[in-house]
Design a protein around this ligand. Structure first.
Ligand SMILES: [Zn+2]
Length: 243
């Protein structure tokens, strides 16, 4: 069920994985692409607003992981440009993963890990999604509706980026941090679990890059919106440490 989490910013997905639609300047931008089964939800939200998938101006990806690119190729085939940081573009095209900080084994004592995997299977995560054509960006303001500012936050993946939509008062932070741990179920701001990340140390360091951003709402790939300030979320994430 889509909910409006900031003016013109809609949260889509399910209880474990989020992606976002931003309406700004009369245009449409989608940030991240969830799991393959989420296409119908996006289409329904757009239909309710008298719009279609083909009218989306751009699909921006925070990074190339499977639970953030699910509907990207299908949206691209409707003529929508898909854009990602250059350091994650190779993974977006090939679905070949970078190395990770340790394996999954130690998480299986958490019931939540089993629930996440089952949810992924139900929603089409079994077949890796390759995006046939992606355009790349570096840091700075993007020429798409809302004119988001891109900040490179490597760690969770080499090319991970966050998008600051200043006019909407929203920072869409992808997996630079989460507000709920998808493997352990632990609530609150924290970096993503190591089994999903390229480098915990780098992810911790990148928190410093988003810390000064002034945004009314922090929106993440996993967990609920956080409205108590980006700086406070970063402080909590540092306190939480790695998992
Ligand atoms: Zn990720």
């Amino acid at each position: 069920m889509a909910t409006e989490v900031a003016p013109g910013v809609h949260r889509l997905g399910n209880e474990m994985v989020n992606f976002y639609l931003v309406e700004a300047d009369g245009g449409l931008v989608v940030v991240d692409a969830g799991l393959p089964a989420f296409y119908d939800e996006l289409e329904a939200l757009l239909r309710a607003r008298g719009r279609t998938v083909a009218e989306i101006d751009a699909l921006l990806l925070t990074h190339a992981h499977g639970d953030h690119v699910g509907i990207a190729e299908r949206v691209r085939r409707e003529g929508v440009p898909v854009r990602i940081h250059e350091a994650d573009a190779g993974q977006a095209r090939t679905a070949k993963n970078h190395p990770r900080e340790g394996g999954m084994l130690r998480y299986f004592r958490h019931g939540q890990t089993w629930r996440l995997l089952a949810m992924g299977l139900r929603n089409g995560a079994i077949k890796p999604v390759k995006i046939a054509d992606v355009a790349t960006f570096g840091e700075g303001e993007l020429d798409v509706p809302g004119r988001p500012r891109v900040i490179h936050t490597p760690g969770h993946s080499p090319g991970h980026c966050v998008f600051h939509f200043e006019g909407q008062g929203a920072l869409i932070a992808g997996d630079a941090l989460c507000t709920w741990n998808p493997l352990t179920g632990r609530p609150g701001p924290q970096i993503m679990p190591g089994a999903f990340s390229f480098s915990n140390a780098q992810a911790m360091e990148s928190l410093g890059r988003i810390e000064p951003i002034d945004a009314g709402v922090l929106l993440v790939g996993h967990g609920d919106p956080w409205t108590a300030g980006v700086g406070a979320a970063v402080a909590r994430a540092r306190e939480a440490g790695v998992s």
